[in-house]
Ligand binder design. Structure first.
Ligand SMILES: [Zn+2]
Length: 66
């Protein structure tokens, strides 16, 4: 079983990339049992949604350094 720290890392990873089926199951099971991680996951998803919307508005940021 993963601990809360690992689960929070997994949850943030799941927002950006595809995680494996096993990881998805572990994440879901943990979220069912753990209120802390559920709150973290909800905040995380919300944040990632806002960031994505912002990026779409601005266009995908490319290297702006001269
Ligand atoms: Zn937890």
């Amino acid at each position: 079983m993963k601990n809360c720290e690992e689960i929070s890392q997994l949850a943030s990873r799941a927002c950006d990339e595809k995680i494996s089926l096993m990881e998805t199951v572990e994440l879901k099971v943990h979220l069912m049992m753990c209120k802390n991680c559920r709150t973290f996951d909800a905040n995380n998803k919300q944040l990632s949604k806002i960031l994505k919307a912002q990026q779409e508005q601005d266009g995908i940021p490319t290297s702006k350094q001269a």
